[in-house]
Design a protein around this ligand. Structure first.
Ligand SMILES: O=C(O)CCC(=O)C(=O)O
Length: 272
């Protein structure tokens, strides 16, 4: 029996079944839906039951169509929920990272959440799906940097769970047309080399940031809600040598998002 670390080093990834408490995953999923529900109410006038999956997700699609800007803002806001960030710092996660070799883990990028559906994309663009890529290109952190990916709903091929090429973390950094959406590895990859991952709520995937992976194809009418956590290892020699580069750019808007807002009166009301 190989150890978790040996398996990780060999394949570039490991799926851990029942690693998270279902309640812990649900609290992130619930908080995200509540945040969306508040804006759905404002934009569509509908009070949606977040537990009525189809009705709620149809309301998400309506919100997306009616106020794209607010949808984007809300989509970013759910990435800042307490429950999501709490999980990213959970000792269980820290220990797992150490177990696969990140002796001194540090956050590589803000915890992220995705809600993938073709109904949440503009003009048939592929914005809701990532082509084959290696996460290291976006993070550029330690050579042993790792990513944790898990869905917040049961997910297999139909709803487009992640697809990975086992062992591809040892292929080296691949040429790529872009590091984010709408672009990916330019060398020819064979579809048959990808393995379709499958998950029940609570299962997680941890993979090397050099592992080649891509979004599956969500052919259902539902949203594939997922979380991504990224970490570097502060003790990795080339990361130290390169001065701990942080390739993620996080910057404020240069203009007021809401022109002429706020008035002094609005502020006085807050602090009255
Ligand atoms: O969730 C997905 O479909 C893509 C996620 C992914 O590839 C990533 O975050 O690097």
């Amino acid at each position: 029996m190989s150890t978790l670390r040996e398996q990780f080093n060999e394949d570039g990834y490991v799926i851990l079944r029942n690693f998270l408490e279902k309640d812990q995953v649900n609290s992130i999923y619930t908080e995200a839906r509540k945040i969306f529900a508040a804006q759905i109410k404002r934009v569509t006038g509908k009070s949606v039951d977040i537990d009525d999956k189809d009705a709620f997700e149809n309301a998400m699609f309506e919100f997306f169509e009616k106020d794209f800007e607010a949808f984007v803002g809300t989509g970013k806001t759910v990435q800042h929920s307490f429950s999501l960030h709490r999980l990213g710092l959970d000792p269980k996660i820290e220990n797992l990272l150490k177990e696969v070799g990140l002796a001194n883990p540090v956050i590589g990028a803000r915890a992220a959440m995705q809600f993938n559906s073709r109904f949440l994309s503009k003009d048939g663009s592929k914005h809701w799906k990532l082509d084959a890529h290696q996460d290291w290109r976006t993070g550029q952190g330690s050579l042993d940097s790792a990513v944790i990916w898990f869905p917040m709903v049961d997910a297999g091929a139909e709803i487009g769970a992640l697809q990975v090429i086992p062992g591809s973390h040892k292929f080296g950094l691949q040429a790529s047309s872009a590091s984010g959406y709408q672009g990916g590895i330019t060398s020819s990859l064979k579809e048959e080399d990808f393995i379709q991952t499958e998950f029940k709520v609570g299962d997680i995937l941890i993979f090397s940031s050099f592992l080649i992976h891509q979004s599956g194809n969500n052919v259902t009418n539902n949203i594939r809600w997922s979380v991504q956590l990224r970490y570097n290892n502060l003790d990795e020699p080339t990361f130290i040598e390169r001065g701990y580069p942080m390739a993620y750019i996080y910057k404020p808007e240069t203009e007021l998002v809401t022109p002429d807002f706020p008035t002094k009166e609005q502020l006085l009301e807050v602090y009255s």
